[in-house]
Ligand binder design. Structure first.
Ligand code: ZN
Length: 148
């Protein structure tokens, strides 16, 4: 595994809409593994491929305090959400910025895992928030877009 460079706000790749992952090959598996390592080293709970300069629909999340539950989401989508809540939020592409953002407290999301299996998950609280934040990245959307 190797650590990747995290792109900071201002890099155009963060605003680009990503393209779907068509085949889960060795390159994608290596990317996911490097993204997880990069996220853990940066003490983040989520990282999206555009944040390491790769415009593909893939993100990684681990909201477990012991970092034992990594989730690799390929071509993820939020299917539904409810129960809007406002909570503090940061982003590895915005060092030092932490702002309140309103998001769904409960979501249903679907994605493909690294084995090519179609998954549908119900998430709440921090996991739900992380999924919305990371999937936004895949659409070129950033958390500061919610601030007014
Ligand atoms: Zn982010």
């Amino acid at each position: 595994m190797s650590k990747l460079e995290i792109k900071k706000y201002g890099d155009p790749v963060l605003r680009k809409k990503t393209t779907a992952v068509l085949e889960i090959n060795a390159d994608i598996k290596k990317l996911a593994s490097n993204m997880l390592e990069t996220m853990y080293l940066a003490k983040g709970v989520g990282l999206a491929a555009p944040q390491v300069g790769i415009s593909l629909r893939l993100c990684v999340i681990d909201v477990d305090p012991n970092k034992k539950y990594p989730v690799v989401m390929i071509n993820p989508e939020i299917i539904s959400g409810e129960n809007k809540v406002s909570a503090g939020e940061g982003c590895l592409s915005f060092p030092g910025v932490y702002e309140n953002v309103e998001r769904f407290g409960n979501v249903v999301a679907k994605y493909t895992d690294l084995n090519g299996k179609q998954c549908e998950v119900k998430a709440q609280d921090l996991l739900a928030k992380a999924m919305q934040h990371e999937i936004d990245h895949l659409d070129g959307k950033l958390f500061i877009d919610y601030l007014c």
